[in-house]
Design a protein around this ligand. Structure first.
Ligand SMILES: [Fe+2]
Ligand SMILES: [Fe+2]
Length: 272
């Protein structure tokens, strides 16, 4: 099977990248299943039920979150009143947090797909359980006991070392492990020793003529002057869609992983 994994969608520009390109990409590369990170999709902070539903209508199958999960807190009652939603938040959020840390999907072809997300701890100011313990206690037994054909672990984390450490530790246990959150794609896509596909960060969907998706004036001013100021707004230039395409192998691991960048000012990987 072929999976498309798309990094953090930032604001309207990121949503446009998705809306304008997703169905073409799915047709062109015969994508079977699409995972998108939506934590920045509503004005750069959080997600709403309306935006989630738009993404599903554009052909997304699963939407992941991150540290900005609840910035638009209307998403919490939305999830409660739509219990079959396909939104996945970090599984190591504290016990009792709203939402779900993983979901099992059954594809039309009968294959069972597990999608889960874990949050890294380094340089993250959030109450979090240990990501390794959360994966060990909440995910590994499910992969073994529930007849899962393909499993995807998203590591939403600040530092490359923590993402690398998690990926190397769980190599061979997941079809793919990939990072989100830093909004810049890394160029280390590869199949790890035991067959798990990996890229440290999938990159963002949005305008790269920015500071990680935000209009650049205010972030630069804050770096230079070191004082608080106005709010950050998503940049509104040319949208780039950024992610990876993973092709699985029959043993539940991966045959290949390829970065994907289309539109906007980044160097392009796949011409449309
Ligand atoms: Fe993000
Ligand atoms: Fe994030």
């Amino acid at each position: 099977m072929k999976f498309l994994v798309i990094g953090d969608v930032v604001g309207r520009t990121g949503r446009l990248a998705l809306q304008n390109n997703l169905s073409k990409i799915k047709d062109q590369f015969k994508i079977d299943f699409t995972i998108v990170n939506g934590e920045n999709s509503a004005g750069g902070y959080g997600i709403t039920g309306k935006i989630y539903e738009e993404m599903m209508n554009w052909g997304v199958d699963a939407v992941t979150l991150g540290n900005h999960a609840w910035k638009k807190d209307e998403i919490i009652p939305y999830m409660e009143s739509n219990p079959n939603h396909n939104i996945i938040r970090p599984l190591n959020f504290p016990e009792g947090s709203p939402g779900q840390g993983f979901k099992i999907f059954t594809h039309l072809n009968g294959k069972r797909i597990l999608v889960c997300q874990v949050h890294g701890e380094t340089f993250i100011d959030l109450p979090l359980d240990n990501p390794f313990q959360s994966i060990d206690t909440k995910i590994l037994s499910i992969i073994n006991d529930h007849d899962i054909d393909y499993s995807f672990l998203e590591v939403h984390a600040e530092v490359t070392s923590e993402k690398n450490g998690i990926a190397q530790h769980y190599d061979g246990k997941f079809t793919a492990i990939y990072g989100t959150h830093v909004h810049i794609p890394t160029m280390d896509a590869r199949i790890l020793e035991k067959g798990t596909a990996y890229q440290t960060d999938a990159g963002m969907c949005g305008d790269y003529d920015s500071v990680i998706g935000m209009e650049k004036t205010e972030p630069i001013r804050r770096f230079v002057e070191k004082t608080p100021g106005g709010r950050f707004n998503p940049a509104q230039g040319d949208p780039t869609l950024c992610g990876v395409i993973v092709e699985t192998s029959s043993d539940g691991l991966s045959e290949s992983i390829e970065p994907f960048r289309v539109g906007g000012i980044l160097s392009q990987t796949k011409k449309q």
